[in-house]
Ligand binder design. Structure first.
Ligand code: CMC
Length: 431
């Protein structure tokens, strides 16, 4: 609901003004509703990168970037990380409330019974070159789900929307594991529905037909935690992409496939892969100083991957949790990874360097996650796929919220045109 408060903007050159209502949520800064600005003053607003722009109302996730706070449906991420699990968090994101025991059992049953992918979809993988990036296979496979479920694609039907959410959360690990196994030439595994979500995924990834998989429960616990921490992050680039595509009325599989491709970039979810490559390049703690120097050099494209965030100007709360988990997992799995020493040295050096302090650049969620994935035996190219599996819960919760919000309009930004002014066409012979 717009507040009674009004902000008045006046263009003094022509004395045209607009009285703009303030919109307030339950937490966070209020927003100036610019809906009538163009009509009243003839001006658009200009905010590339959307640093000051709220694109939507949402009741799903809240971030206070100055204080380092992250809440899913009001629950602090630290409490969910300690007490919940990824499927319960997915239910929470989708439904707004934590499930009662029977509700959770029903949800888990539904997810578990949608884990298989269509046999024909398996054939799609054969069309990829063996060294195709798994994010390419994931995006293509998820988009193609719409071709398998075209009878249930009425975006205005709440049952169809809900079914798509269940299918996506259920099938994403199956597709992800299939992409991995195709890339290494292993036969695909069917989901084992007697296992819980994360353990089932690890089995699909690592089980070979010839022998049983001995899985350390620490691995499933760590991956479940990483999935919780990555499940949603309000209007980030990939979620905004899902919403923009969703605003056209596109089906949920097409919308989520667009989110996957947006996530892939190294400034967003692709950073976890980039962090590990960077740590490997740095190699030893004594090279950290050079890396920090390069990251500060404006003539050098090198950035400290896993550092900085558009919203967090304080520690990313997810990074704190992952950092602690990283030490535990490595100790419990008996892994001695020298890259952890490089990461800790890099963090220490950056946190006391004026360049990083002044710009409030802290380690983000991706800084330590790669070291955990590596310890679990997950190859670097699969890191962003891990992020995508988890973020699917958030993406589809936002897509559903968007369709449940009355009065939603197609997303259609304006621009500052900087091209040629009108001119006459010149025939080719006279140019
Ligand atoms: N290394 C060195 N300098 C940096 C870094 C970095 N990682 N990040 C930002 N800066 C500098 C930047 O050069 C700029 O300096 P100046 O004011 O002198 O021009 C200043 O800090 C502000 O940076 P920005 O690029 O304007 O900030 P942004 O909000 O547009 O970008 C970011 C945020 C996350 C894209 C950026 O910090 C970055 O590229 N980080 C590395 C990639 C990364 O780790 N991405 C994962 C983000 S968290 C997971 C997710 O949600 O996707």
């Amino acid at each position: 609901m717009p507040d009674a408060k009004i902000v008045k903007l006046t263009d003094e050159s022509n004395n045209r003004s607009s009285e703009l209502p303030l919109v307030t949520g339950t937490l966070g800064p209020s927003c100036i509703d610019l809906g009538t600005l163009y009509r009243d003053t003839g001006h658009f607003t200009y905010d590339p990168g959307y640093g000051s722009t709220a694109s939507t109302r949402s009741a799903i996730t809240y971030i206070d970037g100055d204080e380092g706070v992250l809440l899913y449906r009001g629950y602090p991420i630290e409490q969910l990380a300690e007490h919940s699990n990824f499927l319960e968090v997915s239910y929470l994101l989708l439904n707004g409330e934590l499930p009662k025991q029977a509700e959770f059992a029903a949800f888990e049953h539904q997810i578990t019974h949608h884990t298989m992918m269509h046999e024909s979809l398996k054939n799609f993988f054969q069309g990829f070159h063996h060294n195709a990036h798994p994010m390419a296979m994931l995006a293509a496979s998820v988009a193609s789900l719409s071709a398998f479920y075209h009878d249930d694609l009425d975006v205005d039907n709440p049952d169809d929307r809900r079914l798509a959410a269940i299918r996506l959360i259920a099938k994403m690990p199956t597709i992800a594991a299939a992409a991995y196994r195709y890339s290494i030439g292993w036969p695909m595994r069917y989901p084992r529905n007697n296992l819980e979500y994360v353990t089932r995924f690890l089995h699909m990834m690592f089980e070979v037909p010839s022998e049983p998989l001995m899985l350390n429960p620490v691995a499933a616990k760590a991956l479940d935690l990483l999935f919780i921490l990555h499940a949603d992050h309000e209007q980030n680039a990939s979620t905004s992409t899902v919403r923009l595509v969703g605003s056209t009325g596109a089906n949920p599989y097409a919308s989520i496939a667009a989110g996957i491709t947006a996530l892939w970039g190294p400034a967003h979810g692709g950073a976890n892969e980039a962090v590990l490559k960077m740590l490997e390049e740095i190699g030893t703690p004594d090279k950290v100083e050079t890396a920090v120097r390069r990251a500060k050099d404006k003539n050098d494209n090198f950035r400290l991957m896993g550092f900085g965030h558009r919203v967090y100007k304080n520690f990313d709360p997810r990074a704190r949790i992952i950092r602690e988990m990283c030490h535990k997992v490595l100790a419990e799995l008996g892994v001695n990874d020298p890259l952890l020493d490089v990461a800790m040295k890099l963090e220490e050096a950056a946190l006391k360097d004026d360049y990083f302090v002044e710009r409030k650049l802290y380690p983000n969620v991706d800084f330590y996650s790669g070291i955990i994935y590596k310890a679990l035996g997950i190859p670097t190219e699969m890191f962003t796929v891990m992020f995508a599996i988890a973020r699917t819960a958030g993406w589809i919760a936002h897509w559903i919220e968007q369709h449940e919000t009355p009065g939603a309009r197609i997303g259609r930004p304006r621009q500052v045109y900087t091209g040629a002014v009108p001119r006459d066409f010149i025939p080719a012979a006279k140019r």
